[in-house]
Ligand binder design. Structure first.
Ligand code: PRP
Length: 176
């Protein structure tokens, strides 16, 4: 799709291929574990839905949402959980599903929060690992694309709530 101000980054085909590859890795990991997959709202909702449909294995799903007060405030540690998981995850195998890891701050907060609930294991799957602004290095167990920089939108990712609906992934030509 041609869109003013947006530069194509990953096509639908590329996203599908990466999602299939991730699903194969996840099937190997979770085949007999009846895991709980936790999607991070809102950005991951499309990736999450496509990913679980590739898996074809028993699992349960839940969602979590973190309040974001702007990156500077977030990095000072003022992050709160806006919506917690609803399933009891104690003793369960948990996978956090993120669309993009940028500074790493959101993920770290979510990881620590869920870990306190004493799951049997906790791993992370991210569609995109963006390197440029990383502040906290956190091991990503399953990674789709690695991107150096750029403001990324589409396929669930927004800029000021726009572009989430696009089926492909783009970079903004003029980064905000
Ligand atoms: C995005 C994205 C991640 C987070 C990553 O969410 O979905 O959750 O930012 O950024 P970080 O690594 O720098 O913490 P956002 O806060 O934009 O909310 P959204 O998912 O509702 O779009």
């Amino acid at each position: 799709m041609e869109l003013k101000g947006l530069k194509p980054l990953f096509s639908q085909k590329a996203i599908q291929e990466i999602t299939k590859r991730l699903a194969e890795e996840l099937i190997r990991e979770y085949r007999d574990k009846n895991p709980v997959f936790v999607g991070v709202l809102k950005g991951s909702f499309i990736f999450f839905a496509d990913l679980i449909r590739e898996l074809k294995l028993p699992l349960e799903i839940d969602f979590i949402r973190v309040a974001s007060y702007g990156r500077d405030t977030v990095s000072s540690g003022k992050v709160s959980i806006l919506k917690d998981v609803e399933l009891p995850i104690k003793g369960r195998h948990v996978l956090i599903v993120e669309d993009i890891v940028d500074t790493g701050i959101t993920l770290k907060v979510i990881y620590n929060h869920l870990k306190e609930k004493k799951p049997a294991s906790i791993k992370i799957c991210a569609l995109i690992d963006k390197r440029e602004r990383k502040k906290i290095e956190i091991d990503l167990d399953f990674v789709g694309f690695v991107v150096e920089k750029g403001f990324i939108v589409g396929y669930g990712l927004d800029y000021d709530e726009r572009y989430r609906y696009l089926p492909e992934i783009y970079t903004l030509e003029e980064a905000p």
